[in-house]
Each structure stands twice: as C-alpha cells, then as structure tokens.
Design a protein around this ligand. Sequence first.
Ligand SMILES: Cc1cc2nc3c(=O)[nH]c(=O)nc-3n(C[C@H](O)[C@H](O)[C@H](O)COP(=O)(O)OP(=O)(O)OC[C@H]3O[C@@H](n4cnc5c(N)ncnc54)[C@H](O)[C@@H]3O)c2cc1C
Length: 550
Amino acid sequence: MATKVAVLGGGIGGLTAGHELASRGFDVEIFDAKKIPGGKARSIPVPDSGTQGRRDLPGEHGFRFFPAFYVHLPDSMSRIPFGPHGATCADNLIGVEAIEIARYDAPPIDLLARVPRSILDLKILIKEIYSHFLPLPMSDLEFFAERLWQVMTSCEERRYAELEPQSWWDFVDAENRSPEYQKFLAEGLSRSLVAARAQEGSARTVGQIQVRLADGMIRGGKGTDRVLNAPTTDALIHPWIAEITRLGGTYHSQSVITAITMEGDRVKSVTVQTPQGSSAIEADYFVCAIPIEHLDPLIDTGLLSAAPELQGVKDLAQNVRWMNGIQFFLTEDVKIVDGHTLYVDSPWAITSISEAQLWKHLDLSQYGDGKVRGILSVDISDWNTPGTFDPKKKAKDLDLQQIADEVWQELKRSQNVDGKEILRDDMIHSWFIDTDIEMSHSARPHPVANLEPLFINTPGSWKQRPKALTSIANFSLASDYVQTQTDLACMEAANEAARVAVNGILDATGWTGQKCRLWSMPMPDALRLWREHDKHRFEQGKPWDGRLIF
Ligand SMILES: Cc1cc2nc3c(=O)[nH]c(=O)nc-3n(C[C@H](O)[C@H](O)[C@H](O)COP(=O)(O)OP(=O)(O)OC[C@H]3O[C@@H](n4cnc5c(N)ncnc54)[C@H](O)[C@@H]3O)c2cc1C
C-alpha cells in the first residue's frame, strides 16, 4: 500500500508538496480551509458580478510577481501541463519590460532604462544614475552604494552574524536622512514589490533581496520581472490541482484543521472540520503548509514537547503585516507601463499593474456585465500610515469605499502629471477589495480586519524560524516563514520549503529515486572573490573592508 501523506493547507507550499509526493506515487490528500484553493496566490472571482452567463470579474488576493531569481517555483510550473498542446504553466510566465517609479505631480522614472550593465558597476552607477534625477547629496548616494556593496561582498557567515540582527532601515541609516533617500534608496524596489519591509525587515533579508532584484535587472532579458498571462487561478492553481489529481492525489477545500494529535513521539492524526462535520484523518506523514499565525493555535503542549523548536512559531506568530490587493475594473484599457509601477509618494505604499495588456488571451467582454476593458490591480502594503487625501487616515481605520477612494486619488495624483489625464473618474466600472479584508461590525479596534496577513522577516527572526524538518519524524513544515535559502515570505520560499519537507519524507521512507531539486541562492557570482576575502577576515575576527587584497 502507498505511504499516505496528509498535506495541511493548499497554498503554494501545500500544492508543491502534494505535487512532488503524488508524482512519486505517494497517497496524498491536501486539506485547505478555504472554498477557493491556492492560499494567498489565489484569484477571487468578484461575487455575483457575472451576468447573462458571463464569468464573474477576475479579482485577486494581490497581483503576482515572479522575479528573475525565482528557480524553484518556475521548475514546478514547468512540470504542470497546461492545455491540450503540450504546454506547461511555465509557458504562462511572460517577461515585462518596465518597472516605473511614479511620483506625485512629477513625471515617472523608468528604472530598467537606467540599470548598470554589470554588478561591479552597481556601486558607481547608483551615484551616477540617481544623481541625474534625485535631489540627493552625493554623500548620501555614496553611503547607500557602500551599504549595498557591503551586502554583496560580505561572506555568508558575516551576513548572518552582523546583518541579521539589525534592521535594513538602521543599516542604511535611513532615519537620519532625507525623505527622498528613504523613498528611493532605503525602500527602493523592496518597498512594495516584495514583502521585504525596509523599516522592519532584517538588513540581511532586505539587503539580499535588493541585490538579487538588482542582479536580475542587470542580467536583463525577458526574465527580469515576470508575471502570469492570465489570472493566477486559471494560469497556475487550477492546472496544478488537475495535475495532482491526475497523479492520484486529492484536494479537499473547506476542510479546516482544528487539532493535531500526537501518539508517542509521532503525529497520529489531525482533526478536519468540513461543512459536513468533523473527522480524524490518520496518515503516515503530515506536511503542514498552514501560515504561521494559523499554525500557532494548533501547537499544544504535546506537539511542543516533541518539537521544542515550534516555540519559534508561537513567538513569531504575530510577526505578520497587512498586504492586500484592490482591483479597479475600468471601461477602458489603461496600459500605463508594460510592468509594475511603484508609487513612491504613496503613504500606503501602493504598487500597480495594468492587467489587460498582459492577459492577452482573456476576452474581458466575457466577464461581469461585459463592459470592463481594463483592470488596474493595486497592492496596498502599508495599512498603518495616514493617507494623503481626506480624511487622511490609515487604511485600517477606513471602510472599504474610503479605502478605494484614497487609492484612486493616489493613483491619479501619480499618473495624471505633465498635463496628461491618464486616469479619469468616469472610467471606473467597479472595484473589488480582497475578501480577506473584512468590515468589522463593532468597528473596534479597527473598522476592517485582515484574515490573511503576511509574515515579515524581522531582525533576528532567522534563528527563531523553524526548519522544514522538525524533531517529529513524521511532521514537517512547508510554508513561507520556514528557514529557506530564499529567505523572504513569498511563493518561491513556500515552494522551496515544501521541497525540503518532501525530501525528508523521501529519506525516511528509503526512496531511491530522484529527490526534489533544490537550488542555492548565492549573492552574485562576479563578487565571489570579494566574499572569499571577507570570509578570511571574518574567521580572523576582523571587520568587513569591502576589498579584494588578502
Ligand atoms: C497581496 C499579496 C501579494 C503578494 N504578491 C506576491 C508576489 O507577487 N510574488 C510572490 O512570490 N509572493 C507574493 N506574495 C506572498 C505569497 O503570496 C505568499 O508568501 C505565499 O503564497 C505563501 O504560500 P504558503 O503556501 O506558505 O501560504 P498560503 O498561501 O497562506 O497558504 C496557506 C493555506 O493554508 C490554509 N489554511 C490556513 N489555516 C488552515 C487550517 N487551519 N486548516 C486548513 N487549511 C488552512 C489557507 O486557507 C491557505 O490556503 C504576496 C502576498 C500578498 C498578501
């Protein structure tokens, strides 16, 4: 009889684990709490928006960005068949040309037109590039370039020992510098494209991500910034579940794990609550792909005494912040740029992408009432800073209509510049905010609540974060907060963690076939000699000097 594995949670981590196991003949069942599969990566059809047989409008939890440094998730996608002609989900990834930085009342900046040609140039060119259009003193530019250089040329051991304990904000001395320095340099690309929060994230996590993003841009080509050519559920999640099912696995939605039961030093069963009732599911192995804040209440004293490292999950369960999407459905297609736009003056740290130009094969007239022609998909990454426009409040303190109003005003102020009117009020057909943002009836402490926040790698959190393989031989973890090479709460990290979890099961069951592939994520290879030099110095207890001479 095949070894039975219960996968708890059906987001990117759970789907990856289910796929890898089912393709090796394991008996896999995935249990997910929600009606719509895919976790934070899911699309959300706008309820009751489709009329006369058309599909509901394609809403999203938040738009999807696949930077060039992702390798694990694209590998999974290349093994998911898509359509009848031999294509895979990896073929649904398309490279986009531009990353635009939009400012209030000033023309936007196209970042990709200005990247250096080699990582070795980065330090010099940061000064040259930014000095052309930013009112920043050269000393600020030099200081920031030096900090980035330090991340790139520090050996791994030093990055853990010296960068991990401090915030990126402190490391780049943002607090003592100008708002322009904070917006363009300290926050930079990480501001809202990824959940690497400059103010709260560790210098190691945010620094490494900034370097990887910059390296991807420098290497250029179509892979710099990739997006899907259709809503995530159509382009990835549904085909993935179909493939797992074809391989013999099962995906159960609306199945909430309410308890994890130990017997001796192993997990014996989980309790699953469905609309039909509650039952105990036994399995040989359990892969837990539930987000950290939902796993926390499931860790009881039995689980904790068998795996004391799970205390880290309890300690970090509140290390989550809000990041959610809102889509503006428009009666015209407003292209803006072929890629993402960062709104550096937005106090709510919004980013946007205009979807219709990328979802080329999607006939929007077949959605909603047939009148939508464009979709501006926006992520809001800061819910705690007052907005620019009346009533100048935090997103958390507003109702859904007020949130939509503020975001639209911020978009207009950043796009309608130089006498152009790119966005007009009469274009708005409707808007949709992620259903995880719920209006609270009591309005206390905030009018809205977020059912699905995102994990943040705060300074020093690395040591508290568990590894994918726990001390319990048949219980592993496969979600974005787990210690991974990717080291950022994103789809790539969830996929990588799941591969490690599955490899643990393969080892334990004496599997002799191919294990899940894992890639390391080093800093740019061109700077390897600098890092070797730094390692030598680190071992001698000497500080980083950023040089090459031994
Ligand atoms: C707005 C937004 C935009 C983002 N954009 C990007 C992006 O562009 N690129 C990128 O790489 N990453 C992005 N991310 C991050 C990325 O979506 C997540 O890091 C990743 O999807 C996490 O996958 P996961 O499987 O670890 O967890 P999740 O996606 O959270 O999946 C966990 C699943 O567990 C289920 N669950 C929870 N509790 C239970 C329970 N008790 N029983 C059963 N099931 C349960 C949930 O329903 C969920 O389906 C974004 C995140 C947000 C919030």
